[in-house]
Design a protein around this ligand. Structure first.
Ligand code: ATP
Length: 199
């Protein structure tokens, strides 16, 4: 059995950056948020059910009208729950299929909403990437060229990072106060040891 490790953190905490370092160590990484986003335009059944619930105009051809969808779901928790209930099953299925194909000693599933979505339950351990809020805001503003207000409004939709970190088994400090690569290497060695012990 391949050990399944989750990787999470707040917006702009450096999840993707840390995941890329694991990839350099030949650890397979599943980017759940990116896959889930792509399913909206590739999974025919999902597209059908989204159209059935939100109307044909939610798509233009194969393209989801993301701003229309955002304005519907961000103002209405019932619609958001409905959308999640449509997207969740194919997303979980896709991840499960990918996980079953992996043969490395362990794999990583990277997702911003690991706890919120309930998918943390299917994972053996969770790594949290911890970065103070003011650093995350600055990094996302620089990365995406957006205002402070825009970053704050994205952050409002997620569980507080501090709460998330308490639920994690391991923490990577990406504040800039500690080098990241040595932390990842140390964790990698530790996880490989866990894999050996679990054999
Ligand atoms: P999101 O939640 O928005 O998907 P994320 O958690 O995946 O973000 P990244 O995209 O990896 O975060 O990092 C956010 C930004 O901060 C990127 O521009 C990245 O290059 C930068 N960054 C990440 N770690 C560091 C670091 N240790 N020092 C400086 N910049 C960093």
């Amino acid at each position: 059995m391949v050990l399944k490790i989750g990787l999470t953190g707040g917006i702009g905490s450096g999840k993707t950056t840390v995941a890329k370092i694991f990839e350099l160590l030949n650890v397979p990484v599943y980017y759940a948020d990116a896959v889930s986003k792509s399913l909206y335009t590739t999974d025919k059944d999902l597209m059908q059910s989204i159209k059935a619930h939100f109307g044909e105009s939610i798509y233009t051809g194969n393209q989801l009208n993301r701003s229309m969808m955002a304005s519907i779901v961000f103002n209405d928790p019932t619609q958001l729950a409905l959308l999640n209930s449509l997207v969740h099953p194919p997303t979980i299925r896709h991840a499960e299929e990918w996980m079953q194909q992996q043969t490395a000693p362990y794999l990583i599933k990277e997702a911003a909403l690991l706890f919120e979505s309930g998918s943390a339950a299917g994972l053996d351990y969770i790594i949290g990437v911890h970065t103070p809020k003011h650093v995350r805001i600055k990094r996302v503003m620089d990365r995406d060229g957006v205002s402070r207000e825009e970053v704050l409004s994205r952050m409002e939709r997620q569980v507080e990072e501090n709460i998330k970190m308490k639920l994690c088994d391991f923490i990577i400090d990406n504040s800039g106060q500690q080098l990241v690569i040595p932390q990842v290497l140390q964790l990698h060695q530790y996880i490989l040891k866990l894999v050996e012990e679990n054999k």
